[in-house]
Design a protein around this ligand. Structure first.
Ligand code: SF4
Length: 367
């Protein structure tokens, strides 16, 4: 296991409060809104400088939509995003432009995210030109330094993307991202399109770059093994909500939410003896539609521990041990008594009500 210490203290770089995205569904001749897909439905988390937060969950849980809202590639329906103390939730595109350098994204598919008609030099160099970054050396030299930094041969400056392997193309994408000297990188499934043999190399590269360049990451992934390797803290999402968030080791060793337990029970274990002893939890049914998520606890339709209260009352996210929060009426691996849990949930619901009343700012008018 990776035993890097988690970033326990430090300045918060990104703070997300009660963030949500509902996509309207229209029907009829007048295209009236008849429903809404609740892709993200009130998530809150913060990321400290130099930290890596893993955002995990099954496909459709809202993790990518959350990442896109943080990037401001998608407007949120409600909630608040604060970056370096500045509320960026409703900043116009014009006012976001200087911040685009600071918040960058690494895309999932290294094949489609690079222009096949451009050389590597042009792709990476475009970042300098578009953002008018003043390099201390000629752009070609600056690009070659970046290629070297991500483990590519600087002599390959004039080659085209098709001349590289998948792992090398992802490195080109990373070099392009680094050209802007970002502070925060949102990496959306950065290794899922790569062969298993090269996944570890790219994950190691991201870790090395973090140390070298003081980067902060939000890593979105469905693969818990990848997140275990790279993240300091992990947030587990289910149907648009965060159901558990904790330091990596704590979450993997003492998962409190039944959904996290089920996900972890499916992670491949290389050791055959350990594999034999592990109890696999097989979830029943599919993930319900975000058009009509189940009431109260959204996981109750698939949870083997569900009781009546789970169908009647939504459990808020509460801290059950230092830094470890879970949203469940019957959490596992905790010594918190039922009475204390109810008291914590009541207090959390009051706090949530205050958070939900975050003033929805209007977009700036200087677009
Ligand atoms: Fe399962 Fe109930 Fe916990 Fe939801 S609140 S995860 S249904 S035990």
């Amino acid at each position: 296991m990776d035993d890097r210490p988690a970033v326990a203290d430090g300045e918060v770089l990104l703070d997300v409060r009660n963030l949500g995205k509902h996509f309207p569904v229209h029907a009829g001749l007048l295209r009236r809104q008849v429903a809404a897909v609740k892709a993200v439905d009130g998530v809150s988390f913060s990321v400290r400088k130099g930290e890596t937060l893993g955002l995990v969950g099954e496909s459709g849980c809202g993790k990518t939509t959350t990442g896109r809202m943080v990037m401001r590639l998608l407007d949120s329906s409600f909630g608040k995003i604060t970056f370096e103390g500045q509320d960026i939730t409703k900043l116009s595109q014009k006012r976001m432009r200087p911040l685009r350098r600071d918040i960058q994204m690494i895309f999932q598919d290294p094949y489609s995210s690079l222009n096949p008609r451009q050389t590597v030099g042009a792709i990476v160099g475009a970042a300098f030109r578009l953002q008018k970054i003043d390099t201390k050396v000629p752009v070609k030299k600056a690009v070659q330094e970046l290629l070297e930094l991500v483990g590519l041969n600087p002599e390959h400056y004039n080659r085209y993307p098709h001349e590289f392997s998948g792992g090398q193309r992802q490195r080109i994408g990373i070099a392009r991202t680094l050209a802007l000297r970002p502070k925060l990188i949102v990496a959306d499934e950065p290794v899922s399109a790569l062969d298993v043999s090269v996944q570890a190399q790219v994950v190691n590269l991201l870790e090395d770059l973090q140390d070298e360049l003081d980067l902060t990451y939000v890593v979105i992934a469905h693969d818990l093994s990848v997140v275990r390797h790279i993240a300091d803290r992990v947030a587990v999402m289910y149907l648009g909500k965060i159901v558990e968030i904790a330091d990596r080791n704590d979450l993997y060793e003492r998962p409190m939410h039944p959904y996290t337990n089920a996900l972890l029970s499916a992670v491949p274990i290389p050791d055959p003896a350990e594999r034999e002893n592990r109890k696999r939890i097989r979830l029943q049914g599919d993930v319900p539609s975000p058009l009509e998520p189940p009431p109260a606890c959204r996981f109750h339709t698939r949870c083997w521990k569900a009781q009546d209260i789970c169908k009647e009352k939504e459990p808020p996210l509460v801290e059950l041990s230092p830094g470890h929060e879970a949203a469940c009426h019957f959490p596992e691996n905790t010594t918190v008594s039922a009475t204390d849990l109810v008291a914590a949930q009541t207090a959390a619901l009051k706090g949530q009500a205050a958070e939900a009343s975050v003033v929805k700012g209007e977009p700036d008018d200087d677009d």
